[in-house]
Design a protein around this ligand. Structure first.
Ligand code: ATP
Ligand code: MG
Length: 369
């Protein structure tokens, strides 16, 4: 299948449409080959999920890659049902062996079989809290019985910290330790939460994995990637203008992809900054209603803080008197309260250059409205 627009803004479509990440991919494959687990940390939209799929596409043939995104799970029961239904069948090449494995291993919660149009049926587990732990253990027993090499990537892993009840981390860690030949990738975007989980001595996953922090793709390698498509199509491509796209969005993958997707869509190549302005404008306009609603739902203090951070771009010292006053707060304590509130809801976060509005397009909108 030939894709029309080479700049994807979701999903993975093979290495032709995937830029660089060579050393990160090697690190992942090397870890899998040597039975190590990986913690993959990067802010949102840097390309964690894409990297997992890219590494999976290069797995040696004896490995099976299993991917699950636990963002929508809210309890151990949700997790168990997603985990069990993701692993079961993945390591069976025949329907009858999958069905018989289900019969042998899954006693706590009997799954229902959902036939698929082609190939393996899916197994759906309706796990309730009282059999969640048993179902997890059974899923691990099943994995162990297969004695095959696999990689299980659990995306949005920080979500498990939100589950009610204690002991989820310890339960998982305990099971993982007993499973040779299967490597895990724990990917997440909450740096603080992920680091707490994997580098605090009092947590079950303490020092149990190799930490891989994903940074932005280098600008020159991104430019070379983009240029290839324009050259092939006989369209102009000015590297300096690409650098402007990259600079405006700090090289964060999704924004670069989104802007380039629009520029490609316009069909005139990339030769001047006005094209970049137009692309950003159309992206922001598409979100404008959402941003209006978002602002309306904020408290007065949070609105002030959002505007002040957006105006500044990045704020190193949000408690400094000058910033607090310029943001329109009378007291540093109310500024601190607003910042904490915004951070708790992922509207702002702290980068190496200071506090920024998480969604960069929202930042652009705030500066203009
Ligand atoms: N190396 C890459 N080359 C080209 N496009 C990429 C690359 N990495 C990611 N992308 C694209 O960028 C977008 C964001 O990437 P991805 O979804 O992997 O980020 P993420 O870190 O998982 O984000 P989130 O935290 O929001 O889940 C996707 O559209 C993806 O297709
Ligand atoms: Mg992701």
């Amino acid at each position: 299948m030939k894709l029309r627009n080479p700049f994807l803004t979701r999903g993975y479509a093979g290495s032709d449409y995937f830029c660089d990440r060579e050393s990160e991919t090697r690190k992942l494959l090397d870890a899998f080959d040597n039975d190590r687990d990986i913690t993959l940390i990067a802010p949102r939209r840097y390309g964690k999920t894409g990297l997992i799929h890219h590494a999976f596409s290069r797995l040696p043939s004896e490995f099976t890659g299993i991917y699950l995104d636990i963002y929508s799970t809210h309890s151990l029961a949700d997790f168990s049902s997603l985990f069990a239904s993701s692993v079961i069948g993945a390591l069976d090449s025949r329907i009858d062996s999958a069905v018989s494995a289900v019969g042998r291993f899954f006693k706590a919660c009997r799954p229902t079989v959902v036939p698929q149009e082609d190939g393996m049926p899916k197994f759906s587990f309706d796990v309730v809290p009282s059999n969640a732990e048993a179902t997890i253990k059974e899923a691990f027993e099943y994995l162990k019985s297969k004695d095959k090499r696999a990689v299980i990537a659990i995306d949005e892993f920080q979500q498990i910290a939100e589950y009610p009840g204690k002991g989820v981390e310890a339960l998982l860690r305990g099971q993982i330790q007993l499973l040779p030949g299967v490597s895990f990738v724990f990917a997440g975007s909450h740096k603080h939460m992920m680091e707490e989980m994997f580098v605090s001595p009092n947590r079950p996953f303490y020092q149990s994995t190799q930490i891989l922090s994903l940074h932005t793709i280098p600008c020159d390698s991104y430019a070379a990637f983009a240029r290839r498509f324009f050259d092939r199509a006989g369209l102009p491509f000015d590297s300096a203008v690409f650098e402007e796209v990259y600079r405006r969005f700090e090289g964060i993958t999704w924004y670069v992809q989104a802007v380039m997707n629009r520029i490609w869509g316009a069909g005139d190549g990339l030769s001047n900054v006005a094209q970049v302005d137009a692309a950003v404008k159309s992206l922001v306009e598409d979100q404008s209603d959402v941003y209006h609603d978002l602002m309306r739902s904020q408290s007065e203090g949070s609105r002030k803080m959002l505007r002040a951070i957006a105006r500044a771009g990045a704020v190193r010292q949000p408690s400094a008197g000058k910033f607090v006053a310029s943001a329109g707060f009378k007291a540093a304590s109310s500024a601190a309260f607003a910042l904490k509130d915004l951070r708790g809801r992922d509207l702002v976060y702290e980068t190496d250059s200071g506090w920024v509005v998480y969604d960069r397009l929202f930042g652009v909108w705030l500066r203009e409205n």
